[in-house]
Design a protein around this ligand. Structure first.
Ligand code: ATP
Length: 507
C-alpha cells in the first residue's frame, strides 16, 4: 500500500531534498548563499509548474465563452496602488526581538497557556499560522514531562491562545526563539519599491505589483470597448507578483516573488451572490480534478469579522500541508469596490451600459485568486509516496514515487531499450520521437538496469514507461508499465502514442 510518511516534518524535509536532487526546485542564487524568499524552478519543476498554469488557463479561459485573458505589466502607474488601497493598507504588523533581533509578523506570534485551575501546566510563546496550530506547536515543543502532564490532564485543562498583536494593554509578547521581549507591533508595507527612469526621487517612485488583479481592473474598460464580450464575463491573468514578506517560510509557500493566477468576474449586482457561490465551488473542484482528492483539501467560508469592509463574502480553499492547514486560493465577492475606486482616482467612467436592459451600473466583482507556486507545492506534497516495487530480480524494494495527476506530470512517458544492442535503442528512439512529435513530453533512457530506470522515473512521477525488448523485434510489441499499479501490458509499438493520449484524455 502506498502511503505518505506520518511524520510531517520528515515529509517536508524529504520533499525538499527530492525537489533539489531531481531538479524540481532550487534555492535562488544558491552559489552566492541564496536569497531568502526566492526560489528557482529546475528542469522538471518548470515543466510541472507550466502544466499547473496551463491546466488553469485551459479550464478558465480556453474552455469558456465568458472569459478572456490579459497579460499586464508588472510596474504600473503608482496611482493604481493608491486607488487599490495598497499604499495605505498593504501592511503587516512587524515586531522585533529586543534580545536576539529576530523579526516576526505579530499576527503569527501566539502566547499559549494551559491551566488546570490556578496551576499553570504550560506557558509558551510560539510562531504559527493560526491559533490551533499554535496550541499544537506549543504542546509538541514542550519538554517530555510537560507533554505527559498535558496528556494526563487533557480533559481538565483550560487553554488560552492570544495573538501578539491582540494582547491586552500592558502585556508583552515574548520571542519564540530566545524568550526575549518583543517590541510593540508597527506597520510594515510589503510592496517592493523601485524608480522609473534616471531620477531616484519621489516623483519617479513605482512599485513591483503585489498582485495581478489591479492590472485587470485598470483594463476593464479597454476589454469592454475592444471585445464583443458582454456581462457577465471574467478576465483572467497569470503573472509574477512581489511581496516583501517579513518572514518567508515553508519552502515556496510564502515567497517574496511568486506567481498568481487571478480571475476578476464582472456581473450585475443582483447576480453577485450566485456567481460567488458558483466560483467558490468551481475553484474547489478544479483542485479535486487534478488529484487533490484526499481529505486534506477543504473550503473555509470566512465569518463576518474576517471580511474586508467592502466584501460580501470570502472563502479560502485550504490544503493540509505537512506544516499545517493553509490557504491555496481565496475567492471573494468584492462588490463594486475596485471599479469604483479606480473610477474615482482615474477620473474615468468605469460603469457598464447594458444595451438590452438599457441599464447603466458599476459591475460587481467575484475574485478567485490563486497562487501558482502554492498550487504546485500542494501537488508536490500530495504526490509524494513511499511504497515498494520489485527490483530486477523480482525482490520487493522500497521506492519513492511521485503520483502526480498525469496531466501535471513533467514527463508523460519514458522509453527504454531493454539492452543496448540488436536495434533496440533505434526502435526505442523511434517511439520516443513519435511521442515528442505528438506533443507528449517524452524521455529516452538507456543507462543502467531497467529496474533502476523505472525507479528514476517513479521518483519524478512519470506515469508510463515503455520498454523495447527481444519480443519487440519479432512481433512489434512493447511493454507499458503503469507507475501506480505497476501493471505491465503489451501493446503494439506503433500504438504507444494513441495509448498515452487515450489514458491522458480519460483522466
Ligand atoms: P496569506 O494570508 O497566506 O499571506 P493572502 O490572503 O495575503 O495570503 P492573497 O492576497 O489573497 O493572499 O493572494 C492570493 C493568492 O496568492 C494566495 O491564495 C496565494 O496562493 C498566493 N500568495 C499570496 N502571497 C504569497 C506568497 N508570499 N508566496 C506565494 N504565494 C502567495
Amino acid at each position: 500500500m502506498a502511503n505518505q510518511p506520518n511524520d510531517s516534518t520528515n515529509l517536508m524535509e524529504k520533499l525538499v531534498a527530492l525537489c533539489k536532487r531531481r531538479g524540481f526546485i532550487f534555492q535562488s542564487s544558491e552559489i552566492y548563499g541564496g536569497l531568502n524568499g526566492c526560489w528557482d524552478y529546475g528542469p522538471l519543476g518548470v515543466e510541472l509548474k507550466r502544466n499547473v498554469k496551463a491546466a488553469w488557463w485551459d479550464t478558465i479561459v480556453r474552455q469558456r465563452d465568458d472569459m478572456v485573458g490579459l497579460d499586464c505589466s508588472i510596474i504600473m502607474n503608482p496611482r493604481v496602488w493608491e486607488a487599490s488601497g495598497h499604499v495605505s493598507n498593504f501592511n503587516d504588523p512587524l515586531v522585533d526581538c529586543k534580545g536576539c533581533k529576530n523579526r516576526y509578523r505579530a499576527d503569527q506570534i501566539f502566547m499559549v497557556a494551559a491551566r488546570e485551575g490556578d496551576n499553570v501546566v504550560l506557558s509558551s510563546c510560539v510562531e504559527a499560522g493560526d491559533g490551533d496550530m499554535a496550541r499544537q506547536t506549543a504542546a509538541a515543543s514542550a519538554n517530555s514531562k510537560t507533554r505527559r502532564r498535558l496528556t494526563q490532564k487533557a480533559d481538565r485543562l483550560e487553554w488560552a491562545v492570544v495573538r501578539a498583536d491582540q494582547l491586552p494593554d500592558g502585556e508583552t509578547a515574548l520571542c519564540p526563539a530566545c524568550g526575549g521581549e518583543l517590541t510593540p507591533a508597527r506597520k510594515f508595507n510589503m510592496m517592493f519599491k523601485t524608480y522609473v527612469g534616471a531620477m531616484e526621487d519621489s516623483s519617479a517612485l513605482a512599485y513591483l505589483r503585489p498582485e495581478t488583479a489591479q492590472g485587470i481592473f485598470a483594463n476593464f474598460k479597454n476589454v469592454v470597448d475592444t471585445s464583443r464580450i458582454r456581462l457577465p464575463f471574467g478576465i483572467a491573468q497569470i503573472g509574477k507578483a512581489f511581496r516583501n514578506e517579513i518572514n518567508p517560510r515553508n519552502f515556496t509557500f510564502r515567497s517574496r516573488e511568486f506567481e498568481q493566477m487571478e480571475i476578476e468576474f464582472f456581473c450585475h449586482p443582483s447576480e453577485a451572490d450566485k456567481w460567488y457561490a458558483y466560483w467558490r465551488d468551481a475553484r474547489f473542484q478544479w483542485y479535486v480534478g487534478l488529484g487533490l482528492q484526499s481529505d486534506k483539501l477543504r473550503l473555509r467560508e470566512h465569518d463576518a469579522a474576517e471580511l474586508a469592509h467592502y466584501a460580501r463574502g470570502c472563502a479560502d480553499v485550504e490544503y493540509a500541508f505537512p506544516f499545517g492547514v493553509a490557504e491555496l486560493e481565496g475567492v471573494a465577492n468584492r462588490t463594486d469596490f475596485d471599479l469604483t475606486q479606480h473610477a474615482e482616482f482615474s477620473g474615468r467612467d468605469l460603469s457598464y451600459y447594458d444595451d438590452q436592459t438599457k441599464e447603466r451600473f458599476v459591475p460587481h466583482v467575484i475574485e478567485p485568486s490563486a497562487g501558482a507556486d502554492r498550487a504546485t507545492l500542494a501537488f508536490l506534497c500530495e504526490a509524494y509516496c513511499e511504497d515498494e516495487a520489485p527490483d530486477d530480480s523480482g525482490k520487493m524494494q522500497p521506492r519513492t514515487v511521485m503520483k502526480f495527476h498525469p496531466r501535471l506530470a513533467p514527463i508523460k512517458v519514458a522509453v527504454f531499450p531493454l539492452v543496448k544492442k540488436d536495434t533496440m535503442p533505434e526502435r526505442a528512439a523511434e517511439i520516443h520521437h513519435a511521442c515528442r512529435r505528438a506533443g507528449l513530453a517524452s524521455f529516452y533512457d538507456e543507462k543502467g538496469a531497467v529496474g533502476r530506470r523505472y525507479r528514476r522515473q517513479d521518483e519524478v512521477g512519470t506515469p508510463w514507461c515503455v520498454t523495447v525488448d527481444g519480443q519487440t523485434l519479432t512481433d512489434g510489441t512493447v511493454t507499458v508499465r503503469d507507475r501506480d499499479s505497476l501493471a505491465q501490458e503489451r501493446i503494439a509499438a506503433d500504438k504507444v502514442v494513441a495509448y498515452v493520449q487515450a489514458k491522458l484524455a480519460a483522466r
